[in-house]
Design a protein around this ligand. Structure first.
Ligand code: PHE
Length: 346
């Protein structure tokens, strides 16, 4: 038969057992679990207390006191163990030596997109020749985009640059040439600007995108000649493609753009194969890089510049194409997909 001293002894043993049980535990969760195992409804202390009813009433308070005592002991053991863990962790933190001279872990920072890098570089190259930067809206009037550039409504040249119409007289500009018009309207000569920016066309293949970027150049002054255009282009190709080793030549091949007269296609000598023939120059030794020409007097008339006094040249080039050639990018879509495996290379 169970006696009160049996129960009291059992309870006292539980205190010691509990302390032993949590001694190896190193996290609060398992310590709390152990606590529940001893004190919970089905815990070992409760099991002992179930026997209480079998004792003569006079002996029960003694056992109750012992039970309370073991509960206190357990609570205190939990507190002490948790405190010990906190202290141990703090000490481990402090003991860890901190070497402030170690190089910092690199933060995965971003960088400018290849097209942005190239655009800024182009601006810098032309700035060396005294060009400043001009900009214009991407949503343009038909007049600035076409009419003022001597491309009237029924002109076949509109087909080459068919664009997106916002309204009858409002388009997404198909080239940066309207910035020529805006600049000439706003400033009297001398003018020496480059206009980098986004343009839109109904084009879509490996080398054409419906949205791409161009850089336009415009020089207007007294006595500006084709040789000035050629000199600027020579400087540009040899600076921009400097890694090809210099000595690149420029060829102006007769072509047609309504707003220039004469109009030319700009070719640079193929620095990739040095003329022996390669994929980039399609075996011709020359690579087409843009269009140019002397500003047509009709254009001057549209913006009120005296074409008897002033002459000028303009050129336009695709920035994507410049970068494709220099960096061997073989699909224009790589620029816009945002794939870091591509972007991180530049
Ligand atoms: N705007 C022309 C195009 O986009 C390029 C160009 C610019 C040609 C300036 C001549 C002069 O095709």
């Amino acid at each position: 038969m169970t006696t009160s001293s049996d129960l009291i002894a059992q309870l006292e043993r539980l205190g010691g057992q509990f302390a032993a049980a949590i001694a190896p535990l190193v996290d609060e969760q398992s310590i709390r679990a152990a606590q529940a195992q001893f004190l919970g409804k089905k815990g070992q202390v409760s099991e002992v207390m179930k026997e209480l009813g079998r004792l003569p009433p006079a002996e029960r308070p003694l056992v109750g006191q012992a039970a309370n005592k073991v509960k206190d002991t357990i609570a205190q053991a939990v507190e002490e163990r948790l405190q010990a863990l906190i202290t141990a962790k703090r000490q481990a933190d402090l003991a860890r030596t901190l070497d402030v001279t170690l190089p910092a872990r690199p933060v995965g920072g971003g960088h400018l997109h290849l097209l942005t890098q190239v655009r800024l570089e182009l601006v810098e190259i032309f700035a060396e020749l005294g060009f400043s930067v001009a900009e214009g809206p991407q949503v343009e009037t038909d007049w600035h985009t076409f009419e003022a550039l001597a491309i009237p409504k029924d002109h076949p040249a509109r087909d080459m640059q068919d664009t997106f119409y916002i309204a009858d007289e409002i388009v997404l500009r198909t080239h940066t040439s309207p910035v020529q018009i805006r600049t000439m309207q706003a400033h009297p000569p001398p003018i020496r600007i480059v206009a980098p920016g986004v343009v839109y066309r109904r084009d879509d293949d490996a080398t054409h995108s419906p949205m791409f970027t161009q850089i336009e150049g415009l020089v207007v002054d007294e006595g500006v000649r084709v040789s000035d255009l050629k000199g600027v282009l020579l400087h540009f190709v040899n600076r921009f493609y400097a890694r090809l080793g210099g000595g690149l030549d420029v060829r102006l091949r007769p072509s047609y753009f309504p707003f220039v007269e004469p109009g030319v296609e700009i070719d640079m000598s193929c620095g990739f194969c040095r003329g022996s023939g390669c994929r980039l120059c399609k075996g011709t030794g020359w690579i087409e890089i843009g269009g140019a020409g002397m500003v047509d007097p009709d254009v001057f008339a549209h913006v009120g510049i005296d074409s008897e006094r002033y002459t000028g040249f303009a050129f336009g080039m695709g920035i994507e194409r410049m970068a494709m050639l220099r960096h061997g990018v073989n699909d224009i879509k790589f620029y816009y997909e945002g794939d870091l495996r591509f972007l991180d290379q530049f």
